[in-house]
Design a protein around this ligand. Structure first.
Ligand code: PLP
Length: 381
């Protein structure tokens, strides 16, 4: 048996999504920029996909641009806001994804980068954010993720967007982990840039999108042809885009059922861990508000906990120690370190999809009993 509990790293492509993509690999291979019938057909398919994404975000079709994924969308938001909107200060946080943090490290020297204070549970200190926004006269971009991919802590989007509006700052949110998992309505909170990635909601890898509010006039991030209305050069990943739209549509339509199922599985795991093992802690607020696809568990230090991920893998379970970059390795997480400092506890992220079953959680708990010492056990392993 193989149990996949690393859905925050990537998800299985839905069979329906693959089916929708195949004709665009086999038959409809025209270049969307060609003016002949095959080209026009490809172009029309992309525009249908754009409409689907826009509708589900309550955005207009002119605000959605397809990209190669979350990394490109996030790079684009930050770099184009600096280049085209006169942004000279970025406020972000130390627990963002590496595609934000490494982008920030690499900015020109005249760009000021400030990190907002993060509380012990991973929540943004909103007062600190407000004080930073109040101070300074630089044109500011706030870049904060909607849900953290390692611990699942959520941002109060409305609060941050209101603060940004009050202080005339631009607001970018990395919404890669929430897209398709939470309803998103861009009319209900002012945001300038928002990113999505198909492989996080059972679509294909290497395709995503960026929402750019129509008032934020940026230019193309990649130079070349006139694709994506001059905003993203390069021949479109047409089957990727078709797959993204299909996967997004399904995720929105099935959101409530999927959510109920995943939340049940996650809470079964959390309760099973508390029942069976000593000194378990959670880095995810699984009983409160959080990204319901994630449960980050902190195991007490022990010689067996050290190689926990590896032993889980051998037992047939795929989980991770943090973000996808360290998935499958025993490397520490920059998120946990930012919140707790160096720790000798072992933090494992289990992340779920609607394809996971209650039996898989039982299988995981049984496997764990053989790896870490269970409660009331006489056996020294
Ligand atoms: N942002 C977050 C929060 C993520 O979890 C990921 C994926 O790991 C990304 C950005 C990068 O997305 P992609 O893999 O599509 O480049």
């Amino acid at each position: 048996m193989r149990v996949y509990l690393d859905n925050a790293a990537t998800t299985k492509i839905a069979p329906e999504v693959l089916e929708a993509m195949l004709p665009f690999m086999r038959e409809h291979y025209g270049n969307p920029s060609s003016i002949h019938a095959q080209g026009r057909r490809a172009k029309a398919a992309i525009e249908r996909a754009r409409k689907i994404v826009a509708q589900h975000l309550n955005a207009s079709i002119g605000e959605i641009f397809f990209t190669s994924g979350g990394t490109e969308s996030n790079n684009m938001a930050i770099k184009c806001a600096i280049r085209d909107l006169g942004v000279t200060r970025i406020i972000s946080s130390p627990i963002e994804h590496h595609c934000i943090l490494h982008t920030l490290e690499d900015l020109p020297q005249n760009i000021e980068v400030e990190m907002v204070k993060i509380l012990e549970d991973g929540k943004v200190d909103y007062e600190d954010l407000e004080n930073r926004l109040k101070s300074g006269t630089d044109k500011t971009l706030v870049s904060l993720m909607y849900a953290n991919n390692e611990i699942g802590v959520l941002l109060d989007l409305k609060r941050v967007s209101d603060l940004c509006a009050e202080h005339s700052a631009y607001f970018h949110t990395d919404s890669v982990q929430t897209m398709g998992h939470f309803p998103m309505d861009v009319k209900s909170f002012p945001v300038h840039f928002m990113s999505g990635s198909a492989h996080k909601f059972h679509g294909p890898k290497g395709v995503g999108f960026i929402y750019i509010n129509q008032d934020s006039q940026i230019k193309s991030f990649l130079q070349g042809g006139a694709q994506e209305r001059n905003m993203r050069a390069g021949t479109e990943n047409i089957y990727g885009i078709i797959g993204l739209a299909k996967a997004f549509e399904m995720a929105i339509e099935e959101m409530d059922q999927r959510r109920t199922h995943i939340q049940e599985i996650r809470s079964n795991l959390a309760k099973g861990l508390l029942e069976n093992f000593e000194n378990i802690r959670f880095n995810t607020d699984w009983e409160g508000e959080s990204l319901y696809t994630v449960l980050n568990v902190s195991f007490p230090p022990s010689e067996h906990a050290d190689l926990l991920l590896l032993n889980l893998d051998i037992a047939g379970i795929s989980a991770s120690g943090g973000s996808a970059c360290s998935s499958g390795s025993e490397k520490g997480s920059h998120v946990i370190e930012a919140l707790q400092g160096k720790t000798d506890r072992k933090n494992i992220r289990f992340s779920f999809s609607h394809y996971n079953t209650a039996e898989e959680i039982d299988f995981l708990l049984e496997a764990l009993k053989k790896i870490v010492t269970p409660k009331n056990s006489e056996v020294t392993q």
